[in-house]
Design a protein around this ligand. Structure first.
Ligand code: ISE
Length: 339
């Protein structure tokens, strides 16, 4: 019997994540190939495309989507470019994996939701990779068994070694805490209803003027408090941890205890230095699951609704950071397509 043709993917954005996804699809994922790469920087597109035989390079995302044989799109360009790329993919009715954030603000995310609803079927999976991390999956599995009882609190820590030079105080929320907004909604199955952001004295290790760290508190419609320490210039490593506190016990992930050494009078291990290392398995599983579902003609994983909800939470978070106090999250009613 003839083997099914691999999924031919156009990768939009050849920066850090885009280039990593090109490598992943080429070397790790089965049933897919990179057919085209686009980047506003044409030279960068060329150099990434050159790593894959037969892959074409483009400066225009639409040209990449229209390239010969393309039947799916992976968007890894900066957030402000996502809306146009998503709408272009919808025009061709192509399945899309869109890196987070879906779009930078709730109004544009709503336009994407409306456009997908006009198609009449789901086309988008949003790149919230924590949902594919084996530890997070175990945590959710345990919670679902009911053994721990009702969840009361979720404590999250999210630390980066350093922030990129363009990082602003709001981006700690929109770029980083966006993951905890999604993880909180997904783990608990609740919507986030309000956000408060507290501001400790910034670290001397943070660039001048950057409010780093921040302490964010989410309230959910199921009565849970989920807090996030976000510290993007901690200096020592990339750490993402989550501890659920429930009525009959607690459960925690992200301690990085996979390898503990005893040597020269000390015990310990190493700390990952960035998210491509810490979440490598999660990314591999996420992309494989997207490819498999797409080849079956299905759309699974975090939806455009999840992307919109996380963006709306972050928008409230940015207002809470700016104005202080507690800011309520405003969500439209969930459309039937995302029920
Ligand atoms: C980055 O954009 C990511 O998405 C990483 O997962 C996150 O940990 C980091 O803080 C963000 O800047």
């Amino acid at each position: 019997m003839a083997e099914r043709a691999p999924l031919s993917v156009a990768v939009i954005g050849a920066g850090r994540m885009g280039a990593d996804h090109v490598r992943r699809i080429h070397e790790v994922t089965s049933g897919a190939r990179v057919a085209a790469v686009a980047d506003v920087d044409a030279e960068r597109a060329k150099s990434v495309a050159a790593r894959v035989d037969g892959c074409t390079a483009h400066a225009d995302p639409v040209a990449a989507m229209a390239a010969d044989g393309v039947d799916a799109v992976l968007i890894a360009s900066p957030g402000p470019a996502h809306e146009a790329a998503l709408l272009a993919a919808f025009e061709r009715d192509l399945p899309v994996l869109c890196e987070k954030p879906l779009t930078p603000d709730a109004a544009s995310a709503l336009r994407v939701l409306e456009a997908e609803q006009r198609l009449g079927h789901r086309r988008v999976q949003v790149g919230f990779m924590r949902r594919y991390d084996p530890e997070y999956v175990k945590l959710k599995g345990l919670l679902t068994t009911g053994q721990l009882g009702r969840p009361l609190m979720l404590h999250n820590r999210h630390r980066n070694v350093t922030s990129p030079p363009f990082f602003t105080s709001s981006m700690l929320v929109t770029d980083s805490v966006a993951h905890e907004a999604d993880a909180t909604r997904w783990l608990l199955g609740h919507e986030i209803t309000a956000v408060t952001v507290l501001r400790p004295t910034p670290s001397a290790g943070a660039p001048d003027g950057l409010q780093d760290p921040q302490f964010v508190v989410f309230e959910t419609d199921g009565g849970v408090l989920s807090d996030v320490e976000i510290f993007v210039n901690c200096g020592f490593g990339y750490q993402v941890q989550a501890e659920l506190v429930c009525e009959r016990g607690t459960a925690r992930v992200g301690d990085g205890h996979a390898l503990v050494t005893n040597m020269a009078g000390r015990w310990g291990g190493t700390i990952a230095q960035d998210w491509t290392e810490r979440f490598e398995t999660a990314y591999d599983r996420e992309i494989q699951s997207w490819v498999d579902a797409t080849r079956r003609g299905e759309v699974t994983g975090p939806s455009a609704w999840d992307g919109y909800a996380a963006t709306a939470v972050c928008e409230a978070g940015v207002r809470a950071l700016r104005d202080g106090g507690r800011v309520e999250v405003e969500l439209v009613d969930r459309p039937a397509l995302y029920a």
